[in-house]
Design a protein around this ligand. Structure first.
Ligand code: PAP
Length: 310
């Protein structure tokens, strides 16, 4: 069967909802997938051939993907770009250097032939291709406080949605979020899937938190490099290579680059929309007491038995 015919059959048989920024999302393999990505996801799931050296920067949207893509790219390519002055991150958005793997599979983005290849999936664990799980490729997952994810997502998707789609009021978006209805949601099963995988296979999956990166980026960058098999030498540490990567990838530096003020990725998304505040706990400026109570309850219910995920 041709891919298009197969896509149509899949799409027509799936439940559909509007997303935060997408007119139609399908419940595809138990998560909400923008219908425009079903084709890419299906190809990714069934045909993607991972290489041993591949690195996957996985995340639920708005958890710190852009930041971790930049850090990972800078760590693994530091021998090629030892001079920070002409580093690709100064002239390209991290999403151009570390492509959205579902879009690569859909045929919209090129993937680098340089190894290690670094990709950014938003796909939850159960829908990852077997080839990723069966080889020695590495997955780094970035998780963020669900309160901050909600605010970041509500604001981001409102900016990038098609003009024909009405804006969601915060109460409407919150209701959807609490029901797991958001691009790549439910967010709790996304996080739990990678959390459990990181506990079962600590050499395969590194589970990071946005808040920990904010607290001590130097320590986390060192930890990521060791996990990926690209540890810093003593000489590099003495030469402040870790600090220079942290600075290059910092919110303030990246937000103020010309490419991130004026460029576009994924055909129509402004690079600047990926850099808003870059802070933890901005949610306190948006949540009412009843929203706080409701989301806290959901987190207790979903994560209560999962130890210290938060
Ligand atoms: P994506 O999943 O669509 O790629 P993602 O990068 O995960 O988005 O999320 C963007 C959030 O990361 C924004 O958070 P905010 O809305 O709360 O501000 C953005 O500001 C933040 N962000 C982007 N780059 C950095 C960075 N270098 N350091 C810290 N936070 C960052």
């Amino acid at each position: 069967m041709e891919a298009n015919a197969e896509d149509e059959i899949i799409l027509s048989s799936l439940p559909i909802e509007r997303g935060f920024g997408t007119p139609g999302m399908c419940l595809f393999q138990e998560f909400w997938c923008p219908s425009t990505l079903v084709k890419g996801l299906n190809i990714f799931h069934k045909q993607f051939q991972a290489k041993e050296s591949d690195i996957f920067v996985a995340s639920f949207p708005k958890s710190g993907t852009t930041w971790l893509k930049a850090i990972t790219f800078a760590i693994v390519n530091r021998q090629s770009f030892s001079s920070i002055d002409n580093h690709p991150l100064l002239t390209s958005n991290p999403h151009q250097l570390v492509p959205h793997v579902e879009m690569v599979c859909r045929g919209d983005l090129d993937c680098s032939s340089i190894e290690p290849r670094v990709f950014g999936p938003h796909t939850p664990v159960p829908s990852l291709p077997n080839s990723i799980m069966e080889c020695n490729s590495k997955i780094i997952y970035i998780c963020r406080n669900p309160f901050d994810i909600f605010v970041s997502a509500w604001i981001f998707f409102d900016k990038v949605k098609p003009e024909s789609l009405t804006s969601l009021k915060i109460e409407e978006a919150f209701e959807m979020y609490c029901n797991g209805i958001i691009e790549f949601g439910p967010w709790w099963s996304h996080m739990l899937g990678y959390w459990k995988e990181s506990l079962a296979k600590p050499d395969k999956v590194l589970f990071l938190k946005y808040e920990d990166l904010k607290d001590d980026a130097n320590f986390q960058v060192k930890r990521i490099a060791e996990f990926l098999g690209f540890p810093f030498t003593q000489e590099e540490e003495n030469n402040q290579v870790i600090e220079s990567i942290v600075k290059l990838c910092s919110f303030e530096e990246m937000k103020n680059l010309e490419v991130n003020k004026s460029g576009i990725v994924f055909q129509s998304v402004e690079n600047k929309s990926f850099f808003r505040k870059g802070e933890s706990r901005d949610w306190v400026n948006y949540f009412s007491p009843s929203m706080t109570e409701k989301l806290s309850q959901i987190m207790e219910e979903k994560f209560g038995e999962s130890g210290d995920i938060f």
